[in-house]
Design a binder for this molecule. Sequence first.
Ligand code: ZN
Length: 202
Amino acid sequence: MAAPLYRATWEQVSALDADHIAGWGAFEGYAGPITFDDTEPTKLHVEHDAERDTFSAFYVWKRQEDEAGPIRSTVRLERRPCRFGGTRAYFVCPRCTRRTLRLAVLAGGLSCGTCGRITWGSRRETETRRLVRKANKVARRLGLDYFGDTPKRPPHMRAATYARIMAELEPMKAEINRRVAVRMARAKGPLGAWGAILRWGL
Ligand SMILES: [Zn+2]
């Protein structure tokens, strides 16, 4: 039997999204709780050290309280300038020291998805990826690199052909938009739908 490649999916673990928590001031000297509805641990106490620009999480891992005591994990933040001004805060994974926007809260401390072997595993995610691939393929017939680009009838393409391709592409775009919007509403992230698609590497 082949060993499973991944231990868990992002849907199964408590995770910190840098953009999301930066949005409510977590990286401005915040000290207090962060809670999770459906994943373990359900509660973290976090602290941003403004002087060192580090972010610490304290939490108890289920059923390991007696043996290990509470877990304390501290990560460095890296502020990178944004293209349109301001800065964006990234976590620096304490295991691999790479920049990441998302940390998993694990028994061994905070970790990036690669080190924690966490993946986007939901069927819904897989379906969305497939849909994006399909939409990109249709968009390429119009000479576009990416389905989100504004379509224009290529010279020499018959109007009827163009209309047929558009009739195929438009419902796909609408469906991708709907799925991404649902996900973004859930994550309460500040990014637009297309930003999310780029960010997930779809
Ligand atoms: Zn890592």
